[in-house]
Ligand binder design. Structure first.
Ligand SMILES: [Zn+2]
Length: 358
């Protein structure tokens, strides 16, 4: 096991180096990050070595090239080749534990990791073994790295209602659902996949005590965000990028403290936004919306959470105090209990005060 920092990310130019150093040590919470999409070249190399019949390179250098996407179709192709490497419960355990290690290196104290159990179970993995694998990794990560993980099970929207039925079953069946599960999501494409059709599944998940966190308004307009709020009871919105086009929606989000999970670099990689300078994060802040910054599928988008904070610092013109507030937004918008929130917020304050002390 190598002990280098997660490869594949670049530092946002235009941010002073000492601000990067501040971000690197800042305690953080991450609310929008995908399980398989977090596999860094280091982790993919380990998985590929376990399955020599796959065509994924095992050498981290070659993998860095492999992870350089030419377009979105190429991204999907690479993503699916990584999905194909996660074949056994031990692969799931290794992936999850190593993702937590990469998070801990970035001072992530708490993460709500979006997991798509349907992808593994449909491919024949035993559902209980899958749940045991993620839970084993969660407990080990917490004791070994001090990073607390919680799960969001998401419906892969492109796989249709059958996947919704299966995901809600896995999320609500007491004999199967893992202890760390706290929320229910919806990912995949939005175009041609209307949110309201998933209402019955979200109703069941919410009745079982899970929080609602669908992706919405990433590649479609603000009406999709309204659908997520009205039909799916969304308590936070994944991306919500197009909300900027609807002042009434921004007002609603601000008034009800419904946070947006903003993932700037992802939005550029998927072309949801043309350039970083055109990113609506400034409008969200100006409208008083609770903004959190997240990494989505970090190695696949050539980023990590620290870099997303640096990007946000540049776009929002933040200094250390502003970055600390941003980190506290994620703590506030998380589904941690009040004591857990207070603990991380106090840690952020102490770190910032020590950094700024003369
Ligand atoms: Zn996402």
């Amino acid at each position: 096991m190598t002990d280098q920092p997660a490869a594949g990310h670049t530092l946002d130019a235009g941010v002073p180096r000492d601000l990067h150093a501040f971000v690197a040590g800042l305690p953080k919470a991450e609310l929008h990050v995908h399980h398989v999409g977090s596999a860094s070249p280091r982790i993919v190399a380990e998985l590929a070595a376990r399955h020599p019949d796959s065509r994924v390179p095992t050498d981290p250098e070659a993998l860095a090239d492999y992870f350089t996407f030419t377009d979105f179709a190429h991204f999907i192709q690479v993503y699916l080749s990584v999905v194909d490497l996660v074949r056994t419960p031990e692969d799931v355990r290794l992936l999850t534990y190593e993702v937590a290690r990469d998070m801990a290196r970035q001072q992530v104290r708490y993460a709500e990791l979006t997991v798509t159990p349907y992808s593994s179970v449909r491919r024949g993995m035993d559902e209980k073994a899958f749940m045991e694998a993620i839970e084993d990794a969660r407990r080990s990560a917490e004791s070994d790295f001090g990073t607390v993980l919680r799960w969001c099970f998401d419906i892969p929207g492109e796989a249709g209602l059958e996947s919704a039925e299966e995901t809600v079953r896995l999320a609500t069946d007491d004999a199967v659902r893992p202890e760390g599960l706290i929320s229910f999501g919806l990912g995949g494409p939005e175009i041609g996949v209307p949110r309201p059709q998933f209402k019955p599944y979200f109703d069941r998940a919410r009745a079982a005590g899970l929080r609602s966190v669908p992706h919405a308004g990433e590649t479609t307009g603000p009406e999709t965000v309204w659908d997520a709020l009205r039909e799916l009871g969304a308590e936070r919105i994944g991306h919500g990028t197009s909300s900027a086009r609807d002042p009434r929606l921004l007002e609603h989000l601000a008034e009800h403290r419904i946070a947006l999970e903003v993932c700037p670099t992802s939005n550029i990689a998927t072309r949801a936004v043309r350039t970083l300078d055109e990113h609506p994060i400034k409008e969200f802040v100006k409208a008083g919306v609770l903004v959190t910054v997240n990494s989505d599928d970090p190695p696949m988008f050539g980023t990590d959470l620290n870099n997303e904070y640096a990007v946000a610092a540049r776009l929002l013109d933040l200094d250390e105090r502003g970055l600390a507030e941003l980190a506290k937004n994620a703590v506030e918008a998380s589904f941690l209990d009040p004591a857990g929130k207070a603990r991380i917020a106090a840690e952020i304050d102490a770190y910032t005060a020590a950094w700024l002390a003369p």
